[in-house]
Design a protein around this ligand. Structure first.
Ligand SMILES: NC(=O)CC[C@H](N)C(=O)O
Length: 331
């Protein structure tokens, strides 16, 4: 890695960084064949497993994109981050945290076992399915479309356009997701749901099926890196306290039961989804050396071939490489 340039924020250095990132994407694309696309949602099986794309968006305005960046994919579990933020903004942080905990489980995201084994007072965290479905039930509105509206509004504010619902993916998950229905019935039995089960599940499947790109994820990331403020407009989109809690949850629970390893080897808050997306947040950092994106950045990655935990296999390796080259770790 080239070190010691006078200023990493110039156009010339952007070109330079672009070449590095292009090389890394090319290299890690080969790793996609070690993973598999998600198959439990039938439509996700149709995706080309070799895709890999990344956008890095700096708080200083610099943007580097490489690979399959035009590709749209659904948010899946990344939507849990947005519903959590919206629930905190509309119902209040304490209302939400009284009903869902902030502890990692060490279990798979869709585990049912841990619900029964622990005498739960509330689900473990908003990023496992049980916690996410509980948070979705807290959204205001009597129909799934009304519940989703503030999520779309938040996305529109962050991205500058209103993303669309991928109806085919929604129907595919709605018609196949017996496990999420089982979790939903269990939550209903123990009294955790705040609204009708069917409407809650419909909302949950729809929030997972919103189409985005790596640029969109990078923009969400850079706003979180700025504690909720859009670095382009200086507008506060997410209250600072909500952004902070969201990042703490991303670090401890965002990569499912691989969150500890991700924190250790990559070292930044991140949230992944089974479509192969990852949003990562590198806050501003203080270093003796001159390194890229010292002011902080958001990173969006898409690589649908997943590891056994359900995280993008090439995406994680690419992030790990970039984090080590640019010393992005928050620790
Ligand atoms: N890990 C994920 O991305 C899971 C989201 C998916 N829609 C599910 O609930 O099973």
């Amino acid at each position: 890695m080239v070190q010691g340039t006078a200023n990493w924020n110039t156009e010339q250095t952007a070109e330079w960084l672009q070449e590095y990132v292009d090389d890394w994407v090319k290299f890690y694309r080969k790793h996609t064949n070690e993973g598999n696309v998600a198959s439990y949602i039938p439509l996700l099986k149709e995706v080309d497993p070799d895709l890999l794309g990344i956008t890095i968006m700096g708080r200083n305005g610099m943007k580097i994109s490489s690979g399959d960046i035009g590709q749209q994919f659904t948010l899946q579990s990344i939507s849990k981050l947005l519903t959590f933020i919206v629930a905190c903004m509309t119902r209040g942080i304490s209302y939400v945290l009284n009903r869902v905990d902030v502890e990692p489980t060490g279990e798979a995201f869709n585990s049912i076992m841990h619900l029964e084994l622990n005498e739960l007072k509330k689900p473990f965290n908003p990023f496992v399915n049980a916690g996410a479905i509980t948070v979705t039930s807290m959204l205001e509105g009597k129909t799934s479309d009304l519940k989703l509206e503030p999520i779309f509004e938040l996305l529109e504010k962050m991205l500058g356009y209103r993303p669309s619902l991928n109806v085919d993916v929604y129907e595919s998950e709605r018609d196949s997701s017996m496990r999420n229905r089982a979790i939903g019935y269990y939550l209903l039995e123990i009294g955790f749901l705040e609204s009708d089960l069917n409407i809650t599940l419909e909302t949950y499947f729809k929030q997972c099926s919103i189409d985005v790109t790596v640029d969109d994820l990078a923009k969400i990331g850079v706003i979180l890196a700025s504690d909720g403020v859009d670095p382009d407009t200086r507008e506060e989109i997410i209250p600072r306290q909500v952004a902070r809690i969201a990042k703490a949850l991303m670090l401890t629970c965002g990569m499912y039961d691989a969150s500890g390893k991700f924190a250790t080897y990559v070292g930044v808050p991140a949230k992944s989804g089974v479509s192969g997306g990852i949003v990562a947040v590198a806050p501003p950092r203080v270093r003796e050396e001159n390194l890229p994106f010292l002011d902080g950045c958001g990173i969006g990655v898409f690589g649908p071939a997943l590891d056994e935990k359900g995280n993008s296999i090439a995406g994680i390796r690419l992030l790990r490489h970039i984090a080590s080259q640019w010393d992005l770790s928050i620790f």
